[in-house]
Design a protein around this ligand. Structure first.
Ligand code: SF4
Length: 363
C-alpha cells in the first residue's frame, strides 16, 4: 500500500546520487551488510566495568578504533559477521555502562544539568530515569529513502521551540508510557519484520533517552538501520556514546546563529554545538540534514546553514529543505514567524542551496 501512497520511496531505490551518499544505509536496509550496532556488539572489550570513568572512556576510544577496522573488514567482505563470536563484554556493553553513569550527573546534552536522574531529579528536558514513549508507528511521511520508517516518539525535549509542531510530546515529558529497552527492542523487531526500512528514534528529542536506546539495541537481534533523528544538541560525551551505533544521523539544522536559537528555542551556544556535532556525525556515519525554512529567516539562518554545509560537509551530502513551517504552539507571540513561508522565500532558499553548490537536495 505504501508503495502506492509514496511512489517516490520506490523510485529512490534507483537514484544513484542518493544511493551513493547513503551507501551503507541502503546496504543495511537491503540486508546486505549488518547494522553498525550489530558490529559494535562483536567488538570485544577487556576491562573491569567497575573501573573509574576516565579509564572506561580510554578503553572506549581504543575499542572504537577496533570497531572501525572490523567495520572495514566486514564491508569489504574480508570478514563475515556470522562467523564472529559474541564477546563476553562488548563495545556496546561498555557504552551502556558509561551512559548509566552519565545518568547520575546528567550531561547527555549541552545543558549539562548535572542532575541525578536515577535518584528522581529532573533537568531542563524534564525526562526521568526511564524513557516514556508518546507514540510509535510506521511513518510514511519521512524522506523517500526512509519510508516506511518505524518511528518512536519519546516524550520530552532538550529544546523549547516556540513553534514546535509536536509540543504536546516535546514539552510534556510526563506524557506517554514508560517503556523498557526490552519492549522497545521487541517493537523494533516486529516492525522490521513487517517491512520497516529502519528504526527512527525521535521525540521531542531522543537525546535524554540514549541509555535506554543503547540498551534496546543491545538486545535487538534484528538487522535494522538505526536512525538518530535529532536537534543535535548533544554533549561531546553524548556524541561519543552514539559513535558506532547509528547508521544515519537525521539532523534538524534549525538556526544559522545563536541569537535566533536563543529567541525561539531558548538554547545557548547553538551554532558552536550543532556545527561541531554535524562534523562528528559526518565523520562517524551517514547523514541526512533537514532544514525547515522559517519566515523572515532566509538571510540570518537558511543562508549561513547551507553555506556551512557545502563548505564543511561537501556538495553531495543529502539536504532536505523543508517548506512545511506553520505557526504552532506559541509562535503567535513572535510576529515575524506568525505566518507560513511565502513561495518566494522557499524559492530563494532553493536558489541559495544551488549557489552554495549543494547537489543532493530533497525538497
Ligand atoms: S538530557 Fe540534557 S536537558 Fe536532560 S537532564 Fe540531561 S543534560 Fe539536562
Amino acid at each position: 500500500m505504501w508503495r502506492v501512497l509514496r511512489p517516490d520511496s520506490v523510485a529512490v531505490l534507483g537514484d544513484e546520487l542518493i544511493r551513493s551518499s547513503l551507501k551503507r544505509y541502503f546496504a543495511v536496509m537491503e540486508n546486505k551488510l549488518p547494522a553498525r550496532f550489530q558490529v559494535a556488539k562483536r567488538v570485544p572489550v577487556r576491562t573491569d566495568l567497575g573501573s573509574e570513568t576516565k579509564k572506561l572512556w580510554r578503553v572506549h576510544e581504543q575499542a572504537l578504533k577496533r570497531f572501525r577496522k572490523l567495520l572495514a573488514d566486514i564491508d569489504s567482505g574480508r570478514t563475515k559477521i556470522e562467523e564472529l563470536e559474541k564477546p563476553e563484554l562488548s563495545l556496546l556493553d561498555l557504552k551502556i555502562e558509561l551512559s548509566r553513569r552519565i545518568l547520575e550527573s546528567c550531561h547527555f546534552c549541552e545543558w549539562k544539568c548535572g542532575v541525578n536522574r536515577k535518584a528522581g531529579e529532573r533537568g531542563a528536558c524534564g525526562v526521568g530515569e526511564r524513557s516514556r514513549v508518546a507514540s510509535e508507528f510506521m511513518h510514511y511521511g519521512e524522506e523517500p529513502e526512509l519510508v516506511p520508517s518505524y518511528t518512536i516518539f519519546f516524550s520530552g525535549c532538550t529544546f523549547k521551540c516556540c513553534f514546535c509542531q509536536n509540543w504536546d510530546i516535546s514539552q510534556f515529558p510526563e506524557n506517554g508510557v514508560e517503556t523498557s529497552p526490552r519492549t522497545l527492542s521487541s517493537l523494533v523487531s516486529v516492525h522490521r519484520r513487517e517491512g520497516a526500512r529502519n528504526v527512527n528514534w525521535v521525540g521531542g528529542d531522543p537525546t535524554p533517552n540514549i541509555h535506554d536506546i543503547l540498551a534496546a539495541l543491545n538486545v535487538c537481534e534484528e538487522n535494522v538501520p538505526s536512525v538518530w533523528n535529532s536537534n543535535m544538541y548533544l554533549s561531546l560525551e553524548g556524541m561519543k556514546l552514539l559513535f558506532a551505533t547509528q547508521d544515519v544521523y537525521l539532523t534538524d539544522f534549525k538556526y544559522g546563529n545563536n541569537r535566533c536559537a536563543l529567541r525561539y528555542s531558548k538554547v545557548p551556544r547553538y551554532w558552536e554545538v550543532v556545527t561541531r556535532n554535524h562534523r562528528l556525525a559526518f565523520a562517524d556515519a551517514e547523514l541526512i540534514i533537514r532544514h525547515l525554512v522559517l519566515p523572515e529567516h532566509i538571510e540570518c539562518c537558511t543562508k549561513p546553514i547551507l553555506k556551512w554545509i557545502a563548505d564543511n560537509l561537501g556538495a553531495t551530502v543529502r539536504v532536505n529543505i523543508m517548506n512545511q513551517y506553520r505557526p504552532c504552539y506559541e509562535a503567535k507571540k513572535y510576529e515575524e514567524i506568525n505566518r507560513r513561508i511565502t513561495h518566494e522565500e522557499y524559492e530563494s532558499a532553493l536558489r541559495m542551496a544551488k549557489k552554495a553548490g549543494l547537489k543532493n537536495l530533497g525538497t
